[in-house]
Design a protein around this ligand. Sequence first.
Ligand code: CMP
Length: 148
Amino acid sequence: YLQLTLAILKPHVVKSPFALQKIRDLIIDNNFKVVRSRRTTISREEAELFYKEHRDRFFYNRLVSFMCSGPSDIHILAAHDAIVKWRQLMGPTKVYQAQYSAPDTIRGMFGLSDTRNATHGSDSTESAKREIAIFFKDFDLKKWHDNE
Ligand code: CMP
């Protein structure tokens, strides 16, 4: 059974051809199937909905502004244990932890700060479902699982 996760390659990655290519290679080399992809500049409304659980955090405004600052590449990825597998590839959220103890992860290589941490990945099947519905409105999750 192939699990789905939502991956976002954040604006600073999309602006950097080397980082973008390297992350795409990692996605393919780690046997993720790319189920859907779109490049879009996330709107403020979408970012606020997407990150609503963080709305009281000190970094919320900078996070929302950054995510709307330019195009992101948004992918639905499928793999066995896709959620955990993608999060392992990404590495720790905090950039100092990523660079210090996981330098070969995506965030270790391309994270610039705790906000500009290169990529996003869903943290649970419930989040994946919610996040996919925000950015791929016509994606029929039930149909996808039924067809497996
Ligand atoms: P992401 O996986 O997209 O989900 C929540 C985001 O909040 C996270 O990546 C970071 O971009 C951001 N974030 C989390 N913790 C911090 C922090 N301590 N300071 C700034 N931004 C943060």
